[in-house]
Write a protein that binds this ligand. Sequence first.
Ligand SMILES: C[S@@+](CC[C@H](N)C(=O)[O-])C[C@H]1O[C@@H](n2cnc3c(N)ncnc32)[C@H](O)[C@@H]1O
Length: 198
Amino acid sequence: MNRLGPEDYQSNRHIRKILRLAGATRQDVFYDLGCGKGQLCVVAVTEFGVRKAVGIELHRGRAAKAAEYVRELGLSDRIEIWNEDYMESDLGEATIAYCGHTETEEDVPHFEEQLGARSRFVSLFLPFVGVVPTAVDYPFYLMKLPFKKTDDASLWISEVLSKKATLEELYEELDSDREYRYDRRLFSRLLRERFPGL
Ligand SMILES: C[S@@+](CC[C@H](N)C(=O)[O-])C[C@H]1O[C@@H](n2cnc3c(N)ncnc32)[C@H](O)[C@@H]1O
């Protein structure tokens, strides 16, 4: 493990959930932002038939392994692996993007600017704070561009938990989830910024 986090990869069953939730088809170009060994791209191409997949991976060794894996499978004509920081990548061709990282302050404006109209973004564990998900298959949230935003905290919380709940109940559920971690301080700040009534 290093500062980029562990090699902690989604299972094929979870990967299919992501791609089904996004409604991936042959017309799509799928981007995995932080692709690790590249398995999401492989499933996107081989099982969902997407036209092209791009895996972006900042860790040089992981990116090299992913590129080698793609070559071994004979998929280099359909899958590109880019060894770079996805926050500095050109995402203009993506129709579906997946990112499993915790939301940062820049994410919403950045992806609004980078992703084309009618593209889809899938997140893990939480949707972007203040963005109403189009569909949910926990732990994944689908958000279509242009993002549908709300400053109604109750509405957003009910979309996150799939039930009406208070802010305290939201924290209780997030804190007791054994699978996923989140940055509580950053999350609280984003809540205060995006829901002025809180
Ligand atoms: C937990 S792995 C997930 C891999 C794969 N997406 C999956 O879900 O199975 C996250 C990967 O993102 C990479 N990563 C972290 N920050 C990144 C960044 N800013 N740009 C590109 N890759 C990044 C890490 O090196 C790590 O390999």
